[in-house]
Design a protein around this ligand. Structure first.
Ligand code: C2E
Ligand code: MG
Ligand code: MG
Ligand code: MG
Length: 281
């Protein structure tokens, strides 16, 4: 019976519409205990150099297997975690888990350049975000250069000065910061060009449109070249997209064409295979 219920609930939660108030309340209630109950885990999606398809990094993506409702996609509960104040605990769990995993992979000698961790706006505008990230790095033993924080443009709409100040401190620590979902926000280019970030990830909406219209992606890439920003293209689903981006010299790519997000053991096997073939990733 539970399984049947779970199936229905999953169809509901994976639909387009946002949950009703009571469903959202249930999510909030259950999320509070999900961490202690071990219902949360991370999957990792490879980021590759499209030239030889070597994995050069991975993005940690949160997964929640609800005991009755089945898998709930992150976009269905991150927002609820934000508005209910649970994001602090949740974000801390993600950061610790991902940094710990990255440190273990490095200790095993696996060829890895970095671990991407998504940071929600509320997390970033929190008072002691810099101290706290430093503490997690120290405790897990992950060298700061291996942490790639992914933030969205929204964070620059509020407390802009403060956010830029904190990002500068993080950069001084050696942490790399990226603008995620680039192009979907409302930030002006003038503002974005002042940010202490190493680069950005082009949102997959633009990659999807590339077949009809190359102009936007071209413009983004030439801006990046000017600013010496590194670019990762997200949502690569086929060979044509891969090829078009390579022609524009955008080598760093992520998407189902290469690999879906996978459990850590699977990524470790992939990296191990790469290590045996020789060379660094
Ligand atoms: P994001 O950070 O932009 O992550 C990329 C999303 O695109 C992931 O969805 C990934 O599975 C999906 N994706 C990757 N390649 C392809 C592709 O080729 N085609 C398509 N259609 N999709 C692709 P996911 O895992 O459902 O995560 C959705 C969003 O939820 C993330 O977008 C991020 O904003 C948020 N999120 C996930 N994990 C966390 C987390 O630990 N903390 C925070 N704050 N947000 C998270
Ligand atoms: Mg991301
Ligand atoms: Mg993204
Ligand atoms: Mg996104």
């Amino acid at each position: 019976l539970a399984k049947e219920e779970g199936g229905n609930a999953y169809r509901f939660f994976s639909g387009q519409i946002a949950g009703s108030i009571s469903e959202n309340m249930r999510i909030e209630f259950d999320l509070r205990r999900a961490i202690e109950r071990g219902e949360l885990h991370l999957h990792y999606q490879p980021i590759v150099d499209a030239v030889d398809e070597r994995v050069v990094g991975a993005e940690a993506l949160l997964r929640w297997d609800h005991p009755e409702l089945g898998p709930i996609p992150p976009l269905q509960f991150i927002g609820i975690a934000e508005s209910s104040g649970l994001i602090g605990t949740l974000g801390e769990w993600v950061l610790r888990e991902a940094c710990g995993q990255g440190a273990r992979w490095l200790a095993q000698g696996l060829p890895l350049f970095g671990i991407g961790v998504n940071l929600s706006p509320t997390q970033l505008t929190h008072n002691n975000v810099v101290d706290y990230i430093g503490k997690v790095l120290e405790e897990t033993g992950l060298p700061p250069e291996y942490l790639n924080l992914e933030i969205t443009e929204e964070v620059f709409s509020k407390k802009t000065e403060r956010v830029i100040h904190d990002l500068t401190l993080l950069r001084e620590m050696g942490v790399r910061v990226w603008v995620d979902d680039f192009g979907t926000g409302y930030s002006s280019l003038a503002m974005l060009s002042k940010l202490p970030v190493v680069g950005f990830k082009i949102d997959r909406a633009f990659i999807r449109e590339m077949g009809q219209d190359l102009a936007i992606v071209k413009t983004i890439l030439s801006l990046a070249k000017d600013k010496e920003w590194i670019v990762v293209a997200e949502g690569i689903e086929d060979e044509a997209q891969k090829g078009a981006l390579l022609e524009l010299e955008c080598r760093l790519q992520q998407g189902f064409h290469y690999s879906r997000p996978m459990p850590p053991e699977e990524l470790a096997r992939l990296l191990e295979g790469q290590r045996k073939k020789g060379g660094t990733a």
